[in-house]
Write a protein that binds this ligand. Structure first.
Ligand code: KG4
Ligand code: ZN
Length: 341
């Protein structure tokens, strides 16, 4: 069984092919560079770029897999959450392909895709906990069964990736050309700095819940930066980046380990763009292994947005006989689970 996946929820236009064992046959990602001069993703520019790129990206994925559309058994597409204008481009193309080739269509939840990115490279079976950390979401979920996700904790304000992006912007690190992936730039700078240089706050550390809060941390970085003269700021940049990253990692690791203790589940899967962060992977791996557990995380290219994860989640649902109708709609805000309890 071969599934073609399409992902256009934000600023990556992606198409991929996976087989019935979740193995990758092709994984094409075209990142949009037109947003850099604006310092963030501009929705209308994103939709237009998807419109120009989506068909060539699908063609490239089929060519890389060495298959024709006729040899594909199903088409999976992100239906939300995401930018509505961007989602609509992917959905329209997926429907057109499904109609023309007479193939089943399945709409996929973007966050379920992130979780499934772990199944492409590892044998991961429930029960497990997942720490989902992306640009728009920060959640701890309990997975007793694939397809069913129980929310244990979430951010009360900014997502972890959003905090990385805002700090990249306020430290003036974003390039004026290329990708606007602020987290990656902050992480590269942090590798050269001292993580103990500045004591940034760890919100909700002693709170019993498994929730996060990152907006205070971002404000603390801003207040610190405002006190520095330009020369000092340039010298301190790596230390600020490292100390900020450490505060985010401490919060993510602390709450995940609290979830391990509360549930007794010691298999943990990291997912989402921030899962590419090396410091997070290392610190969480140490803590999970110290409890006799195992941490799974995807290769960096499968952490950030891609269509392989959408094809993988689509394969799971299609192989259980699930299908979406041709009236499948884009849903900009879409929850993956019901609140705990
Ligand atoms: O999952 P993703 O590609 O898109 C969403 O679904 O949001 O996640 C993108 C987020 C961005 O906020 C980006 O800055 C962050 O992931 N990110 C990182 C790293 N690479 C990407 N954050 C920290 N360290 C990284 N290495
Ligand atoms: Zn994502």
């Amino acid at each position: 069984m071969l599934v073609l996946g399409l992902e256009t929820s934000c600023d990556e236009t992606a198409a991929a092919v996976v087989d019935e064992t979740y193995a990758l046959r092709a994984n094409i990602i075209s990142s949009q560079h037109e947003h850099a001069i604006f310092g963030g993703v501009v929705p209308e520019l994103a939709s237009r770029a998807h419109l120009r790129t989506a068909v060539p990206v699908v063609r490239a994925a089929l060519a890389a897999a060495g298959v024709s559309l006729a040899e594909i058994d199903g088409i999976a597409v992100t239906r939300g959450p995401g930018l509505v204008g961007s989602l609509i481009v992917g959905l329209s193309l997926a429907k057109a392909l499904a109609l023309a080739a007479g193939k089943p269509l399945i709409g996929v939840h973007h966050l379920e895709g992130h979780i499934f990115s772990n199944l492409i490279e590892h044998a991961l079976a429930p029960p497990f906990l997942t720490l989902l950390v992306s640009g728009g979401h920060t959640e701890i979920l309990r997975v007793d069964e694939l397809g069913r996700y129980e929310l244990l904790g979430r951010t009360r304000d900014d997502a972890a990736g959003e905090a990385f992006d805002k700090v990249a912007k306020l430290l003036d690190l974003l390039p004026t050309t290329g990708s606007v992936m602020g987290g990656r730039i902050v992480a590269e700078l942090a590798a050269k700095g001292n993580a103990r240089a500045i004591a940034f706050p760890r919100a909700l550390e002693r709170d019993d819940s498994l929730d996060f809060s990152f907006s205070g941390l971002k404000t603390a970085v801003l207040n610190h930066v405002r006190r520095l003269v330009p020369d000092q700021l340039q010298r301190e940049l790596p230390d600020i980046a490292a100390s900020f990253q450490e505060a985010v990692v401490d919060a993510l690791v602390g709450k995940t380990m609290k979830a391990v203790a509360q549930t007794g589940i010691r298999t943990v899967a990291l997912a989402g763009g921030v899962a590419a962060n090396r410091r997070l992977r290392t610190c969480l791996e140490e803590e999970v292994q110290a409890q006799g557990g195992q941490l799974h995380y995807p290769s960096p290219v499968l952490c950030t947005d891609n269509a392989a994860m959408i094809a993988a989640a689509g394969l799971f649902h299609l192989s259980r006989g699930r299908r979406s109708g041709m009236d499948l709609d884009a849903v900009p805000r879409l929850s993956l689970s019901l609140p705990h309890g």
